[in-house]
Design a protein around this ligand. Sequence first.
Ligand code: UD1
Ligand code: UDP
Length: 362
Amino acid sequence: MRVIIVVGARPNFIKVGPLVPALTAAGIAADLVHTGQHYDAAMSDVFFEDLDLPEPRWYLGVGSGTHATQTAAAMVKLEELLAAERPDALIVVGDVNSTLAGALAAAKLHIPVVHVEAGLRSRDFSMPEEVNRLVTDQLSALLLTPVREADENLLREGVDPSRIRFVGNIMAQSLLEHLSQARDRRACERYGLEPGGYVLATIHRPENTDHPERLAEIAAALKYSPLPVLFPVHPRTRPRIAEHGIVPGTRGVTLADPVGYLDMLSLQHDAAAIVTDSGGVQEEACMLRTPCVTVRRSTERRITIDVGANRLVGAWRERILAALEEALASNRDWPLPELWDEGVASRIAQALSDGVEPMPGV
Ligand code: UD1
Ligand code: UDP
């Protein structure tokens, strides 16, 4: 069996880390194609180094653009590649534009799509990711889910149960494989911070960055945090902070460049609490037992709230600060979600080895 795996954006690289060796061990030949959705060294190269990922066999150089421009550019190049290569399946991960582009291009070429991290739903259609998730799942021949709730979401949407396989969360496996290496880095000390003595923040969702009033509320909350804040800034967010004249403040807020995966795990591990709107960071905070405050209207990672690791708040200064106080005082003994372990990639390899049924009529 021969598969191609599409990656394009930061969380994709982290999700495929454990996958390539597990597929190879199962006798499945796997090549990576990098769409080029993320291209800065700090948003792409560093993850190949930190996760020891194989060089992508193809680099499509798609770059940034509006949703249609970026998705269409990736589709055109992926269609050409897939038509020439005709793999037995195309693996797509997560919910970014590169995921959707891969699913659309492969489905029309009758190449089965395998979706890793299928079935998550925020039920908020203002999120581009929710559109990507829904369409990708409808086009997928095999849907590999990270939580049982995802199976239920897919069944409710009419997906045939024989296509769904609960395998667990691949982000958790990446984290477990890199944790001891990451812990030794004590990355916080490079920013003059001590383990347990700071709050880590990441904010990059358009619902926060593209609304000056929300971004200002978040910035104000960080400014009045009871502990110093370290904020590695996503390239989408940095110009918005400057454009809107928002200064998170000198009261202990450090703005930094995006960091690599091992540093990020180290920073999350040592933080007293995390304030974020990232999908992956909500999951990692849960795994690392660092209490999390998610600044969004909804989350597709509801399991992290259900187990007691995370709380969801809108972008209002007072609410963020109240949730942060609560997080800082909270117990860290929540149960970890089922199958968030080191066996996820081999369960994925097993599901592929068991065979991918073509879509009806194909
Ligand atoms: C994308 C995903 C989002 C994911 C995030 C992970 C979609 C719709 N969104 O959002 O789900 O959470 O990646 O980080 O796919 N830029 C750079 N350098 C880069 C990459 C981007 O400067 O290497 C800047 C460009 O100005 C670009 C902007 O960031 O326009 C946004 O990049 P884009 O890939 O469109 O979306 P993200 O916000 O990164
Ligand atoms: N991450 C990182 N460096 C950073 C910020 C995030 O390595 O400066 C990692 C983080 O640990 C997680 C992943 O990127 O593994 C999450 O990606 P992101 O927040 O960009 O996207 P999302 O998960 O929201 O789609």
